[in-house]
Design a protein around this ligand. Sequence first.
Ligand code: ZN
Length: 69
Amino acid sequence: MAKTITLLCPNLVCRAILTVPDKVRGKKIRCGKCGTNFVVPGASPVKASASDATSAQPVSPNANQHSTG
Ligand SMILES: [Zn+2]
C-alpha cells in the first residue's frame, strides 16, 4: 500500500489539492492543473533533545616539591 500526501498548490490562483505519493518528498513535482513546478516539502525532522552532562573530574595541579637546602 503506497502512502500518499496531500498538498496544496503554491500557485495562489490555482490552489489545487494535489495527492502525491509519499516518496516525492523533497522532489520537484508539477501541478497537473496549472503546471506550476514546485518542490514538495519534506517531513519535519524530529530532534530529540538529550543533554548529556559529563562529570568532569577536577584536575589537581601537580605540586612540585621543591626542597631547598
Ligand atoms: Zn496548481
